[in-house]
Design a protein around this ligand. Structure first.
Ligand code: ARG
Length: 491
């Protein structure tokens, strides 16, 4: 298969000279937009049929055009056809490839009624819709790995922290599940975003629509869209939906970074709450004893880059006139980078989460320390008729007493409790506060919906699992040809 490497430009009729080499280098985008080639060819196929229906291609021409596009796809797949130095963008390269197969006469007819402006706006939507499903599937796998760890954690209690200080004991499962919900919301964001981006700009032309009687609805359906954009200027010039995707990707990065930070701290010698599997840790080139949590650190680091992609894109969009401007070419690298980053990061991260091992004894031992049961004392006092304002102070007095002696709350004697509570409780009642000085009692008592009691945690695990099942329908759906319809439950 001889590749046609003859120069081809999509414009130039009104120019006396070709582009300067400096401009050509600046203008070129094939190095990153070639990955839209498959979507471009799918768009060309749908467009050819629209031209056929409008009588602008004879049935015979249409048949030859479709055969030529099939051949072009084969050459792209095999690598026999690829962009050359001179190709300005993927659209230019593919037109050169089509003409090499179909000839100038037929190949030159496909461009009628479309512009690279509506094409590129459509292609980025198609590409993102496909990858949103891959990322959704990966996020659900991560959420499932966290749920499995939560189930394995059973009733193990750990120190819950606010301001990084010991606060109240919580179930390890509760802490882990706190990372599941944001990830599931990230998937829900993609499902919701998909409803808005489910509209094809094809047929918008350069900005104003087309004069050739092309019907955009059929093209949209062929490309997996339910709708057509309502305004051809908006269709070609808006990138808010690309930015919205970029936000979800950045938010996903932030959510994973928060979990990373926790894992990194838990994995230190001082905490020693969790051990990472060898297959998901790295070593040091100089210190033989080191085992480092690089996956978590890379996730934390890459979240910065995911945020950067979003902010860069927003800055590009700000202040653009409202119809196509070349600035819009800058939309692609940002989201390509995000997708590449997440699609490599998420499987590694999930492997690390699925294989990490918690030290249950250590978590249990640390859970009640640092006066983490002080709130339980205050709430026990409230149940015994002491106004919370005073209860808070009395519990604080117990902490002060124990801290002064270098003790924990449960080391205080009956006499200590009798003395501290003397203005509010009879002497025979005061020592009974010991009943709540256990982590088991503390977590079991927090049994309101969403609380850390074992029963409530079992309940939230069940809810999360059923939400995952619902969301899987999105991850498994295709965005090309059979548009995903979100079930009522996700609306
Ligand atoms: N490569 C361009 C982009 O990605 C395609 C549209 C070019 N349109 C134009 N009128 N120069 O946005």
């Amino acid at each position: 298969m001889a590749e046609n490497t003859e120069h081809l430009a999509l414009w130039g009729g009104r120019f006396t000279s070709g582009p300067s080499p400096e401009l050509a280098r600046l203008s070129k985008s094939t190095q990153f937009d070639w990955r839209l080639a498959d979507d471009d060819i799918a768009g060309s196929r749908a467009h050819a049929r629209a031209l056929g229906r409008a009588g602008l291609l004879t049935p015979d021409e249409l048949q030859r055009m479709e055969a030529a596009l099939d051949e072009l796809q084969r050459r792209v797949d095999s690598g026999a056809f690829a962009p050359i130095e001179d190709d300005e963008d993927e659209a230019t390269a593919l037109e050169r490839g089509l003409i090499a197969i179909a000839g100038n006469e037929l190949g030159g007819k496909l461009r009628a009624g479309r512009s690279r402006n509506d094409q590129i706006a459509c292609l980025i939507r198609m590409w993102l819709r496909r990858h949103s499903r891959i990322i959704a599937g990966q996020l659900l796998a991560l959420a499932s790995a966290l749920i499995e760890q939560s189930e394995k954690a059973g009733r193990t209690v750990m120190p819950g922290r606010t301001h990084m200080q010991h606060a109240q004991p919580v179930l390890l499962a509760h802490q882990l599940m706190a990372h599941v919900w944001p990830l599931l919301r990230d998937v829900q964001r993609l499902v919701d975003w998909d409803k808005r981006i489910d509209a094809s700009p094809y047929g918008s032309g350069a900005l104003a629509g087309n004069t050739l009687g092309l019907e955009p609805v059929a093209v949209a359906h062929e490309l997996g869209f339910t709708n057509v954009t309502n305004n051809s200027i908006d269709g070609t010039a808006s990138r808010d939906l690309v930015a919205e995707f970029a936000f979800v990707a950045a938010m996903t990065g932030v959510d994973i970074s928060r979990l990373s930070e926790e894992i990194i701290i838990w994995n230190t010698q001082e905490f020693a709450f969790v051990k990472l599997d060898d297959a998901y840790s790295t070593g040091s080139s100089i210190m033989p004893q080191k085992k480092n949590p690089d996956i978590a650190e890379l996730a934390r680091g890459k979240s910065g880059r995911l945020i950067g992609d979003l902010t860069g894109l927003l800055a590009t969009l700000k202040g653009l006139p409202t119809a196509y401007a070349r600035d819009l070419q800058e939309d692609k690298e940002a989201v390509f980078d995000q997708v590449d980053t997440l699609e490599v990061l998420l499987p590694a991260f999930t492997g690390m989460v699925a294989t990490m091992q918690f030290d249950h004894d250590r978590l249990e031992a640390e859970a009640p320390t640092g006066f983490a049961l002080a709130t339980d004392i205050a709430e026990w006092l409230v149940k015994n008729g002491v106004p919370f304002r005073h209860a808070h102070e009395l519990s604080g007095a117990c902490v002060k007493l124990a801290e002064g002696r270098g003790q924990e709350l449960w080391d205080l004697t009956d006499e200590d409790f009798i003395d501290v509570f003397k203005d509010f409780l009879p002497a025979d009642l005061a020592p009974q506060v010991r009943e709540v000085l256990s982590t088991e009692g503390s977590v079991t008592a927090r049994n309101g919906r969403g609380g850390t009691s074992p029963a409530r945690v079992r309940e939230q695990i069940a809810s999360a699992k059923s939400l995952i099942e619902t969301l899987r329908a999105f991850a498994k759906s295709t965005s090309d040809g059979s548009a995903y319809k979100s079930p009522e439950s996700l609306r």
